[in-house]
Design a protein around this ligand. Structure first.
Ligand SMILES: [Zn+2]
Length: 118
């Protein structure tokens, strides 16, 4: 059995929950390279387990760095009062148009029902 073929099995067995196959176990018993690799996986798992409770505080300038990196590339223009008023009037006109169209459709359907009922 080649050492490279055992790499994934060694990684899976590092937590001692997954036993090595018989062939792999025999190979590891006499191969120093695989013993060292298994020992490295176990050490890595121990170190990762030690990090579970570790808290990492962000650097004070991190927020500014993030905000600088996500700022828009295009210029941002502020809408003045006249433009805002035009936008509100346009939205109100559009809403009134949709409401009127809905009322017309509703009235026509009600008219059809009444004509069918009589
Ligand atoms: Zn080996």
């Amino acid at each position: 059995m080649l050492c490279d073929q055992l790499s994934l099995e060694l990684a899976a067995a590092a937590d001692d929950a997954t036993p090595l196959s018989v062939d792999a176990s025999r190979h590891v018993g006499r191969c120093l390279r695989c013993q060292a690799e298994l020992a490295q996986y176990r050490k890595l798992l121990r170190e990762l387990a030690g990090l579970r409770g570790a808290q990492v505080l962000p650097a004070p300038e991190l927020l500014d760095l993030v905000l600088d990196s996500v700022s828009p590339l295009a210029p941002v223009y502020r809408i003045n009062r006249k433009s805002r008023r035009k936008a509100v009037i346009g939205a109100a006109a559009a809403a009134a148009s949709v409401s009127a169209a809905g009322a017309i459709v509703l009235a026509s359907r009600l008219g059809q029902r009444q004509s069918l009922a009589s």
